[in-house]
Design a protein around this ligand. Structure first.
Ligand code: SF4
Length: 924
C-alpha cells in the first residue's frame, strides 16, 4: 500500500488505457481528457516524461514538474528506465499495483528524490546550489523545491570548467613489435577471461585460435593478414577475439581497434574488456571508447549556452547537461552516460548545438582545449591497448587522413555485415541545399541575428590574415565566393521558382526535373522523390555550368589558403606558439575536408551531360516527409563502396578481421567476400565459420502465417494484436514501412494497454530508440514496434523478448541505387542475398542465450521457400493459419511462463546484460 507525499502538488498520469490525477490530499481518481488538460494548464502537476504524456493526452504542449528532469538534476550521469516501474525500482519504492495508483507513486517519487538533496553523503552535491540558483532565474518548475532543500556552500563551488581534469600530452607510442602468436597462450588468455569453472566452449576456442593468426607479422605490404569469420550467436565472440587481441597488445605494445556498428555492442565491449583489466585505473588507461566528434559535448558551446546563448527550455537543458558533464565518464552525449531520454524531454531543443557538428572547433584557440572531451578521447586512444570505435569513425579518420600517427593497423570489425552500408554512406557525395548552406555558414559565419558563438573563417583565422597577406586575400576571396551558395530561405525561394544565385538555380532545375519525371506515384503521398541522372539537356546543362563555376571560384581560394597555412606551419614564425600551431593544424584538417567535398561536387557536375562513370550511381532527389520538403540535390554513391574501404582502411592495415553472426547473411562465402570488400584484395583471405551452439530445433520456431492478406491493414493490425495477446507481450514487431507501423500502432495501442500489455513504437513515441529498447527490456509485458534499426540493434535476452513478428518479407526498396546494384549483382539472386541477411538478423533477436525460447512469425503467405535457408539449420519452419499460430504461441507461453514470467526472475535474468549505468542507479 502506498503512503502519501507531503508535497503540495497534484500528480497526473496518462496512458493509452486512461488518465488519473492524484490531488495534494493524496486521493487518486480517473478523469477525462478535457478536464486533465484544464487542470495541467492551471496548476503545475508532477508527471513523468511530459512529451510522452502530452502525446497520450493529445496535448503536445504539456509541461509541468517532470520527475525525469528532477532525476537528471539530482543524479547526473545515472540511468533510470523512464517508466513508473523503472523509477520505482531505481528509487527502491514499491511499484504501483495498478495504473490508478501511478499518479500517487509520482508524488512519492518526488518526495523521495527531493529528500536525496539533504542526504549527508549525496555524491553529486558539488555544483548543485549554483545550478539551482541559475535555474530558478530561468523558472525551472522544480527550482523552488530544490533550492529550499539546498544550503549555500561555505566556499564558492568549483565551476564545471575548473573541475574537469586536463589531459596530458604524452610521447608518441613506438611502433608495435613483431610477435608470433602462440596458440596455447591465446587459449590460456581466453580461459582466464571466461573465468574458472566456466563451461568449455570448443567453438569459442577454435574461433580465438583463428583470430590470433591476424596478429602474425604481415608478409607483404598492402596485403594484411585478413580473416572473414562467421560465428553464430552464443559462441562468445567478443571474448573469443578479445583474448588474442589483448595478448598481442600486451606483447607487441600496439593498439587493437575494435569497430562496431551498434551502440549496444559498444556498451557490451565496454563491459567485457573490464575482465581483461579488472583494476579500474588500469582499465581507464588501457581501454578507450572512441566515437565521431559530433557525439561529444563541446565545452565551448556549453559555456556559450550557459552564458545567454540559449533561452527558455533550451537554457534549462544546458544547465542539466552541465550538471551531467561534471560527473560524466567521457562527455559522450549520444549513447554514453547522458540518459538518452534527457534531450527528448526538451524535444531535442538545443541538444545538437551543444556538440561540435559543424567542425567549428577552434582547437588550441579554445579556452577549454586542455579539458575538451574530444581531445581527451583522441589522446587517450594513442596510449590505449584496446580502442572501441565504430565503422564510421574508422573510415572517416582513414579517408580524411586524420590522426595519421595513431592510424589503426590491427582492426577487428565486429557486426561486419554492416560494413557495406557504413561505407556506402561514408563515401557518398551529395550536392544538396543543406550541404551547401553548411559550407556557406562555415566560410561566412552568422549572417542573421543568430545567437551563439559561431564564427566565419575570417574571424577564426584573423591572426593568419594579419600576418600573411596572401592568406588574408584567400580568406576574403573565399568569403566573397561563398555568397554564391544557398542561404537561409532557399527552400521557400525554390518552391516559388525564385532561386538566388547559381547553386540555388541548379537546385531549382533539379527540383523541376524530379517532379516532371517522377513515375513512382508518390508525388502526392508527400514522401521522397528521385530520378535518374540521364538525358539532361537545355536549362539544366546551363545551370550546371554556372554552379560549377561558382563552386570552383570557392574551391580555389580555399586550396590557396590551405597552402598558406602549410607554409606558415613549416616556417614557424615567432608568434606561433604550440597552441597556435595546433589551431592551424586543426584549420588545415577542416579545410581539407571542405576542399574534398567541393572537389567531389565538381566531379559530380562534370559528368552531367557526359558519359556515366560505371563505378558510380548518380541521381537527383527531393527529400520530403509528409509533404514537407527538407532537401534537394544530386547524389553520387559508389556502385561498390567497399572499393574505397579496401584502399584506405584495409590495404594499409597489418591484421584485419571482419566478423559477425550473420556475415554470410544466410547465404554463402561469396556474399561475405563481396559485402566485406575482400574481393578487392590481391591476397587470399582466410575464412572461418563456427555455428551457434544453441539448439534451435528445441528453442525456436519459424511460423509463416498464410491467411493475413497483403494490403489488408485491419487484418494486419488484428493479427499483431492477437499475437501480442497470445504471447502476453514480449513481442518485437518489425515493419518495412513507417506508415504501416503507425497505422498498426494507432489501431492497437488502446486495446493492448487495456489488456495490461503496454506497447511502444519507434517513429511514434517521442523517445529515442535506445531508451525504447531499455523500456522494452525492463518490462516482460511490454512490446515494441519498429523498423530497420531494431532488426539487429536489439540485444534482449530472457523473457522480455519471446516473439518477433515481421509484417512482410523485407524486400529491398526498389530505389535507383538498389536497381543499379541489383543489375550488377545478379538480379533476383542479389535481392535474395539482401533479404536472407535481413531475415537472419531479425531471427537472431530471439535466441540470445541457451535458455531462451521464442517464435519468429512472418505475416506473409507469399514467403518464397528459397529464402528459408536464412534461418539456422534445424530450426522448425511451418506454414499455418493465424488461429493455429495463436494456439501454438499461447501453449508455449503457458509451458514456459510459470517458471520465468514472475517479474523478479525476469529482471534478474536481464541484469547481466543491462548497461552498467543501470547498476549504478541501484540503491539511490
Ligand atoms: S576544443 Fe573544440 S570541441 Fe573542444 S571544447 Fe573547445 S571548441 Fe569545443
Amino acid at each position: 500500500m502506498l503512503t502519501d507525499s507531503t508535497l503540495p502538488y497534484p500528480a497526473l498520469h496518462a496512458s493509452h488505457s486512461g488518465i488519473w490525477i492524484c490531488g495534494s490530499d493524496g486521493v487518486s481518481r480517473a478523469i477525462g481528457k478535457g478536464e486533465a488538460i484544464g487542470c495541467v494548464a492551471e496548476t503545475p502537476h508532477i508527471l513523468l516524461n511530459a512529451p510522452l504524456m502530452g502525446q497520450r493526452l493529445g496535448y503536445p504542449d504539456l509541461s509541468g514538474l517532470d520527475l525525469l528532469e528532477l532525476f537528471a538534476f539530482i543524479h547526473p550521469a545515472q540511468f533510470v528506465v523512464p517508466t513508473p516501474a523503472g523509477l520505482a525500482k531505481t528509487l527502491g519504492l514499491e511499484p504501483a499495483g495498478q495504473e490508478a495508483d501511478i499518479a500517487k507513486l509520482y508524488r512519492l517519487a518526488a518526495d523521495h528524490l527531493l529528500a536525496g538533496l539533504q542526504a549527508p553523503h549525496w555524491p553529486e552535491r558539488e555544483g548543485a546550489w549554483s545550478s539551482a540558483q541559475a535555474m530558478y532565474r530561468m523558472r525551472w518548475p522544480w527550482a523552488a523545491e530544490v533550492s529550499k532543500r539546498l544550503t549555500k556552500p561555505a566556499e564558492a563551488e568549483r565551476w564545471l570548467f575548473s573541475k574537469l581534469e586536463e589531459w596530458e600530452e604524452e610521447t608518441p607510442r613506438p611502433a608495435p613489435r613483431a610477435v608470433t602468436m602462440d596458440e596455447s597462450a591465446t587459449l590460456a588468455q581466453l580461459n582466464s577471461l571466461t573465468g574458472k569453472g566456466s563451461e568449455e566452449r570448443e567453438g569459442q576456442k577454435s574461433y580465438a585460435s583463428a583470430v590470433a593468426k591476424i596478429f602474425e607479422p604481415r608478409r607483404v605490404k598492402g596485403a594484411p593478414n585478413m580473416l572473414l569469420a562467421e560465428a553464430g550467436t552464443g559462441i562468445g565472440k567478443t571474448l573469443g577475439y578479445l583474448a588474442p587481441a589483448s595478448l598481442w597488445s600486451a606483447e607487441a605494445g600496439g593498439a587493437v581497434w575494435i569497430s562496431t556498428f551498434t551502440k549496444a555492442l559498444q556498451r557490451q565491449l565496454d563491459r567485457e574488456t573490464r575482465r581483461i583489466y579488472p583494476d579500474e585505473e588500469i582499465f581507464r588507461k588501457k581501454v578507450v571508447v572512441r566515437k565521431g566528434r559530433e557525439n561529444y559535448l563541446c565545452l565551448l558551446n556549453l559555456e556559450d549556452a550557459l552564458q545567454g546563448g540559449f533561452a527558455g527550455r533550451a537554457a534549462i537543458l544546458a544547465h542539466l547537461v552541465a550538471r551531467w558533464a561534471a560527473y560524466s565518464k567521457d562527455g559522450d552525449m549520444v549513447g554514453g552516460d547522458l540518459p538518452g531520454w534527457l534531450t527528448t524531454l526538451f524535444r531535442r531543443n538545443g541538444a545538437t548545438a551543444l556538440t561540435d557538428r559543424r567542425g567549428e572547433c577552434v582547437y588550441a584557440g579554445c579556452p577549454h582545449y586542455r579539458k575538451c572531451f574530444i581531445e581527451k578521447a583522441a589522446r587517450a586512444s594513442q596510449q590505449a591497448d584496446i580502442v572501441i570505435a565504430n565503422h564510421a569513425l574508422v573510415m572517416v579518420n582513414a579517408a580524411r587522413g586524420r590522426e595519421q600517427q595513431n592510424a589503426p593497423t590491427r582492426l577487428i570489425f565486429d557486426e561486419g555485415h554492416h560494413l557495406f552500408d557504413a561505407a556506402d554512406s561514408m563515401f557518398a557525395a551529395r550536392l544538396s541545399g543543406q550541404e551547401a548552406i553548411e559550407i556557406r555558414r562555415w566560410v561566412i559565419g552568422p549572417e542573421s541575428k543568430n545567437r551563439g558563438r559561431r564564427r566565419g573563417l575570417a574571424a577564426r583565422l584573423a591572426d593568419l590574415a594579419s600576418y600573411d597577406d596572401e592568406g588574408g586575400r584567400a580568406i576574403e576571396s573565399a568569403r566573397h565566393a561563398a555568397e554564391a551558395l544557398p542561404s537561409d530561405g532557399w527552400l521557400q525561394r525554390l518552391s516559388e521558382s525564385e532561386p538566388f544565385g547559381p547553386v540555388e538555380a541548379l537546385l531549382g532545375e533539379v527540383r523541376h526535373m524530379v517532379f516532371a519525371r517522377d513515375e513512382s506515384q508518390s508525388a502526392d503521398a508527400g514522401y521522397g522523390l528521385e530520378t535518374e541522372l540521364t538525358d539532361v539537356e537545355g536549362p539544366m546543362i546551363d545551370a550546371v555550368a554556372n554552379a560549377a563555376e561558382a563552386i570552383d571560384a570557392l574551391l580555389k581560394p580555399l586550396v590557396r589558403l590551405g597552402q598558406r597555412i602549410e607554409h606558415l606551419i613549416e616556417e614557424g614564425p615567432d608568434w606561433m606558439d604550440a597552441p597556435a600551431r595546433a589551431r592551424m593544424e586543426g584549420a588545415l584538417s577542416s579545410l581539407g575536408w571542405r576542399c574534398d567535398t567541393l572537389s567531389g561536387w565538381l566531379a559530380l557536375l562534370s559528368r552531367i551531360g557526359g558519359p556515366a562513370d560505371p563505378d558510380f550511381v548518380d541521381w537527383l532527389m527531393i527529400d520530403r516527409f509528409e509533404g514537407r520538403e527538407y532537401d534537394i540535390g544530386i547524389c553520387r554513391h559508389w556502385l561498390d563502396p567497399t572499393i574505397p574501404v579496401t584502399e584506405v582502411v584495409m590495404k594499409p592495415a597489418h591484421g584485419l578481421m571482419i566478423t559477425s553472426a550473420t556475415l554470410k547473411g544466410g547465404g554463402d562465402w561469396e556474399t561475405a567476400r563481396a559485402r566485406s570488400g575482400a574481393v578487392h584484395l590481391d591476397q587470399t583471405v582466410q575464412e572461418f565459420e563456427v555455428p551457434s551452439p544453441f539448439n534451435y530445433a528445441d528453442q525456436a520456431k519459424v511460423i509463416i502465417v498464410t491467411d493475413v492478406k497483403r494490403g489488408d491493414m485491419a487484418g494486419l493490425a488484428g493479427a499483431y494484436a492477437q499475437l501480442i495477446e497470445a504471447s502476453g507481450g514480449g513481442t518485437l514487431g518489425l515493419f518495412t514501412a513507417i506508415r504501416r507501423l503507425r497505422t498498426v500502432y494507432a489501431r492497437i495501442a488502446d486495446r493492448m494497454a487495456q489488456s495490461g500489455l503496454p506497447i511502444y513504437a519507434q517513429h511514434v513515441d517521442p523517445i529515442d530508440t535506445g531508451t525504447l529498447v531499455d523500456i522494452f527490456r525492463d518490462d516482460p509485458k511490454a512490446s515494441l514496434l519498429g523498423t530497420d534499426a531494431l532488426r539487429d540493434g536489439v540485444d534482449v535476452p530472457g523473457r522480455s523478448l519471446r516473439l518477433v513478428v515481421m509484417e512482410s518479407v523485407p524486400w529491398p526498396r526498389p530505389d535507383i541505387l538498389h536497381k543499379a546494384r541489383r543489375i550488377a549483382g545478379g538480379g533476383t539472386a542479389y535481392d535474395d542475398r539482401i533479404i536472407r541477411a535481413r531475415l537472419a538478423q531479425a531471427f537472431g533477436r530471439i535466441i540470445r542465450r541457451a535458455d531462451d525460447h521464442g517464435h519468429f512469425v512472418i505475416l506473409s503467405s507469399a514467403f518464397p521457400s528459397r529464402l528459408l535457408t536464412a534461418f539456422p539449420e534445424g530450426t522448425p519452419i511451418e506454414r499455418m493459419p493465424l488461429a493455429q499460430a495463436l494456439a501454438e504461441i499461447k501453449a508455449a507461453k503457458s509451458k514456459t511462463g510459470q517458471s520465468s514470467l514472475s517479474p523478479d526472475i525476469s529482471f534478474g535474468h536481464d541484469a547481466p546484460q543491462r548497461d552498467k549505468t543501470d547498476d549504478k542507479s541501484g540503491g539511490i
